[in-house]
Design a protein around this ligand. Structure first.
Ligand SMILES: [Zn+2]
Length: 436
């Protein structure tokens, strides 16, 4: 009974906060729980309706899009199928940053939030997101949680960035109390142990997957008491490597699932209970072009984002692929990796995706899953950091794979049992120190 009344209080606190901040969230959530049952055709016709609305808003209220569409002689009234999206120009992050004032629409909204996201070269993008779009996105996340019987007010552990200022820390503390959340601020063993202690009562854990993996490894290694009430572990922002799964399952009893999204686009996909990543089709329109993702945010009207090159390599499942969970939303097979910085050989340049292939091939042939990080400080030279110790056989195969992709254009060294470098708490698989 005690825990029941505690839960009620949590629910009330959460609901009050939500009503204040996101008054339309409840309606959006109700809609998404309905559309969850729609056929693919119904979902696509909704997408077309929202897409038409979006281009109309963009054309009539954004200087940037008006000029772009006029320059390309696009008649927005002629759009009558989702395929017509190909007529529209592709937009890059650079443009979003550079033309942010002109991209913002002149529409007025009752309530807006400021969103910020950083670019690869350091500059940040700031834009306004209207309450309805913000609520829609939160509702889409909550829908994903509902697949695991998680309520947004459930006790949860959060692995997220550090180096907060004092003011930010206080603000986060308040937000954490409201959302029944505790979080971790450092990688030190003491902090991890305290986090694990707090996890005993948590229903779910979320955040950077590399940190969740590290914590799981620590629980297993030190034989710490395992959290017993975890229903969902959700990784965000980083690639979830297959080999994380066994350690995480051992420590928490469930596998880690992925949520894929970005500040600009909102939630793009959420993994279902059957292990497929369903596109959030009501919120975004996703295209795969030359293995790259282009995303259109169907809900955001204050700052239209149309055919945005998000910077990830993806692979969409064929339309026919059906999921046992019964949802008809298209499936994202894999987020293959960040497009990120290029690798510099002595003569040529290469995509950093090569690393993904090298290690994927190795895991296929040898069934060894290696946790890796590659550092480039000088042109033509790479340092491969590996978490584990390799057998000489595996090392030989790894060298062969590296040489297959880079030929003799790269000199490299392999450091085993190495410590990775974290950038603001995030594990990047490739760090380039070369200024392009
Ligand atoms: Zn499914």
């Amino acid at each position: 009974m005690v825990s029941n009344s505690k839960m009620m209080i949590r629910k009330i606190i959460y609901t009050l906060g939500e009503r204040l901040r996101n008054p339309s969230l409840k309606i959006k959530y109700g809609f998404l729980k309905e559309s969850e049952k729609w056929s693919l055709e119904a979902l696509e016709s909704y997408q077309l309706k929202k897409f038409k609305e979006l281009i109309e808003v963009a054309y009539n209220n954004s200087e940037f899009y008006k000029k772009k569409f006029d320059d390309l002689n696009i008649d927005i009234r002629k759009v009558n199928s989702l395929d017509d999206i190909h007529l529209f120009p592709i937009i890059t992050k650079k443009e979003l940053i550079q033309f942010a004032p002109q991209i913002h629409t002149h529409l007025t909204f009752k309530k807006k939030f400021l969103a910020t996201t950083s670019g690869t070269s350091g500059e940040s993008l700031n834009f306004c997101r209207e309450e309805e779009a913000d609520s829609f996105n939160r509702a889409a996340i909550q829908r994903g949680y509902s697949w695991y019987n998680i309520h947004p007010w459930d006790r949860n552990g959060y692995f997220w960035g550090f180096n907060f200022s004092f003011v930010n820390k206080q603000k986060n503390k308040i937000l954490d109390v409201l959302q029944n959340r505790f979080r971790i601020f450092s990688y030190k063993e003491k902090a991890l142990k305290s986090f694990i202690r707090k996890s005993q009562k948590a229903k779910y854990i979320h955040g950077y997957s590399s940190m969740i993996y590290q914590t799981a490894t620590l629980i297993n290694k030190l034989k710490l008491p395992k959290p017993l009430h975890i229903k969902m572990i959700k990784g965000t922002s980083e690639k979830i490597f297959e080999h994380y799964q066994s350690a995480i399952k051992e420590a928490f009893g469930v596998k880690i699932i992925s949520e894929y999204g970005a500040t600009e686009s909102g939630i793009i996909a959420f993994e279902c209970e059957e292990g497929n990543m369903h596109l959030n089709m009501e919120g975004v329109l996703v295209e795969e072009i030359d293995n790259e993702i282009l995303v259109t945010n169907l809900q955001l009207h204050s700052f239209p984002i149309i055919r945005y090159k998000l910077g990830d390599y993806i692979s969409l499942a064929p339309r026919e692929k059906k999921c046992l969970c019964g949802k008809n939303h298209l499936i994202l097979d894999e987020v293959t990796g960040r497009i990120g910085a290029t690798v510099h050989g002595f003569k040529n340049t290469y995509p950093s995706l090569y690393f993904y292939y090298i290690f994927k091939n190795l895991s296929k042939q040898e069934s060894v899953f290696l946790n890796y990080q590659v550092i480039q400080s000088k042109k033509g030279i790479l340092t491969f950091l590996l978490e584990s110790k390799l057998t000489s056989e595996v090392e030989r195969k790894l060298i062969a794979e590296i040489e297959k992709y880079f030929k003799k254009d790269i000199d490299f060294e392999i450091k085993q049992q190495a410590n990775f470098i974290y950038t603001k708490g995030k594990l990047k698989n490739f760090i380039s120190k070369i200024n392009e």
